[in-house]
Design a protein around this ligand. Sequence first.
Ligand code: FAD
Length: 429
Amino acid sequence: MYAQDAKLASDSYYAATATPLPEQPSLQSNIRADVCVVGAGLAGLSAALELSDMGYKVVVLEGRRIAWGASGRNGGQAIAGYACEQAPLEKQLGLADAKKAFNLTLEGLDLMRARIKKHRIACDWTDGYMTVSVKPESTPELLDSVAYMRDTYDYPHLQAISPQELPQWLASKRYHGGVLDHNSAHLHPLKYALGLAQAALEAGVTIYEHSEVTELMHGEPATVKTAHGQVTASFVVLAGNVYLDKTVKKLAGRVMPVGTYIITTEQLDKTTANALIKNRVAVSDNNFVLDYFRVTPDDRMLFGGRVSYSGATPSNLKTAMQRTMLRAFPQLSHAKIEHCWGGFVDITANRAPDFNRLAPNVYYLQGFSGHGLILTNIAGKLAAQAIAGQAERFDMMAKIKHHPFPGGRMLRTPALVLAMAYYRLRDYL
Ligand SMILES: Cc1cc2nc3c(=O)[nH]c(=O)nc-3n(C[C@H](O)[C@H](O)[C@H](O)COP(=O)(O)OP(=O)(O)OC[C@H]3O[C@@H](n4cnc5c(N)ncnc54)[C@H](O)[C@@H]3O)c2cc1C
């Protein structure tokens, strides 16, 4: 997985527009810590920062560079709620806990805002996010969610945008109504992740880069090994996204790596850019295999979508992505595509997050299923609180049942490809 992903990481708009942090050393000795965090993406960094603020000695081991994974490459849409939406959570946890789970995402959003302010992270925060329907017949159900979320979840921030009103918001004929969430937002994810890493370093967290974990030995303390050193720690937090299942066998099959891709156009003239999306809110469609897009502060269309379930990068990616963008915005046919990249989303079979323990002192955070930007923040906080002895909220999330993908590690991809082909077909019907 690591090798395939390396190719997708290089050409991102984010990498071209963020200032990298100085390279951190790689682990070359045997050291002791209170907590060893594996992975310097948003989940690992969030846990590390919280734990350090609580007084723990924290070491982060990162196989590549800080924010090299999905956290530095995603669509930048900070969306309240879960990829699975509320219905499965209500079924599994009951309404009262499903409400608490939803509110956790609001707390995650507030936590992001607070961190940005406290650590002065300049990351292009822009309020507003809209879900739009691709098929006219799915519009009523989408619009109904406004009343449901207001009445059942006391969430007053949603606004229904009727098919007649949508053209005032979106210069695209592809969509047929939408729901605008005034509380959700979008941002430059790499700038945010690097800012969080900087805050963690300043708080006393030690981060080792180019230090891939090769083995986890359970025990109290546990031992986490890399090629040239090891960390002995009272607690371990595994936050390695889709990359850990070969190293930590107990995680195998719990998440599926799904490739998703993004392009940005060249800078458009301001009038064209302003006309695309009112107030420059972020937008996703409501297909199962969805497109997501927004206009960047420097006037580019940033358009994501298209997926790969096999792990292989689709051929002619840039052209294929451009075609997908032009399906929604044909007026951009003359805009040059300047960046094209992608990464892997860690989806679970039910698309609910998978936070739990492998042992009383080994925690893992994964299964963000494409909604990780907010969720990683709160996940890190919940893991830190659980380590500090306040596990109630972590344990509530850990109650969500997950079934590994059918067929085990070798067969799960073909099985998923078949299942997804079905859903994709449904998107077209
Ligand atoms: C293209 C794309 C678009 C997306 N768009 C959105 C969006 O708009 N909104 C949203 O909410 N979410 C989105 N997501 C999902 C979101 O980015 C992720 O859910 C989130 O970033 C996951 O964070 P993480 O810290 O768990 O993983 P990552 O950021 O992937 O970090 C994991 C880190 O662990 C390291 N690691 C792994 N294994 C080891 C090991 N053995 N030893 C040491 N280090 C290791 C990796 O190198 C990596 O740096 C998108 C994802 C992608 C790929």
